[in-house]
Write a protein that binds this ligand. Structure first.
Ligand code: NAD
Length: 260
């Protein structure tokens, strides 16, 4: 068990990649807080992952709401006594060409990805610093932390921004034994991607099959989607890494799409 008695807060863990990371961390002995939009949504994931509720807690946390983040983190510490790992994973996608992008959609996307990462980091660091036992902060970036694709201006901007935040946290956190790293997945079949396929087909005027083969997987080495488990294993590697040697870094897990 690589995470025995560690406490992890995972945002956006009611679905997709976050859910799989929660499942994997529980199997490795961690206690996991499922932080997501609405108590009901978070509790439904707890019910599936850990019906006894001994090792898991559902937390109603809109990551863009300062008070909700403060309260949610306190709820986790009240239940499990500490926070060792934060995975800032909650995210959405909105696709549109820049000249047609609504300002409100731009603001919404940046807020969920960047304000959410900042607020959850700030609260988690307060506990990690006070505990004095170090910690691991993991951001869910994307291949779009490294390159751009059409129709995704705010997403690309936000995902690049997370790399900057990660480096700043790595610098400040080091003396407290807190590490920060970014995972940059390629396309993973989750509700976030399933929603985009018809939207991109419409915008680009091509079939949904072509969106998958010619847009999403075109530059992979083998035409395959990355899986939620691929990402969860990368998160486990970062979370269980024992020293400050691995900090301020970003790892691309994408079937070779974008080689650094
Ligand atoms: P998903 O839609 O399956 O899950 C996202 C979760 O985030 C949902 O449960 C949703 O309720 C939650 N969420 C949304 N807004 C929130 C908010 N304001 N506060 C709290 N929770 C909120 O999506 P996913 O594909 O699992 O995406 C997870 C992360 O991985 C995102 O940051 C996404 O950008 C990133 N990512 C996904 C892919 C992919 O191909 N699926 C690739 C690279 C990066």
């Amino acid at each position: 068990m690589k995470l025995k008695d560690k406490v992890a807060v995972i945002t956006g863990a009611a679905s997709g990649i976050g859910y799989e990371m929660a499942r994997t961390f529980l199997a490795e002995g961690a206690k996991v807080a499922i932080a997501d939009l609405g108590q009901h949504r978070a509790d439904a994931a707890v019910e599936k992952l850990d019906p006894s509720g001994h090792n898991t807690i559902g937390v109603d946390m809109n990551v863009t709401d300062e008070k909700a983040v403060e309260k949610g983190m306190k709820t986790v510490v009240d239940k499990f006594g500490k926070i060792d790992i934060l995975i800032s994973n909650a995210g959405v996608q909105i696709v549109n060409p820049i000249d047609e992008f609504k300002f409100s959609d731009w603001q919404k996307l940046l807020s969920i990805h960047l304000d959410g990462a900042f607020l959850t980091t700030r609260e988690a660091l307060k506990y990690m610093y006070k505990q004095g036992t170090g910690g691991s902060v993991i951001y869910m970036g994307s291949v779009h932390s490294k390159l751009a694709s059409p129709l995704k201006a705010p997403y690309v901007t936000a995902k690049h921004g997370l790399i900057g935040l990660c480096k700043a946290v790595a610098k400040e956190g080091a003396k407290h034994g807190v590490r920060a790293n970014v995972i940059c997945p390629g396309f993973v079949r989750t509700p976030l991607v399933d929603k985009q396929i018809p939207e991109q087909a419409k915008e680009l005027g091509i079939s949904e099959e072509k969106v998958v083969s010619d847009v999403m997987l075109k530059d992979t080495v083998d035409g395959e989607f990355t899986t939620t488990q691929d990402v969860a294993q990368t998160a486990l590697f970062f979370a269980s890494f024992p020293s400050n040697a691995l900090t301020g870094q970003s790892v691309v897990v994408s079937h070779g799409w974008y080689m650094q």
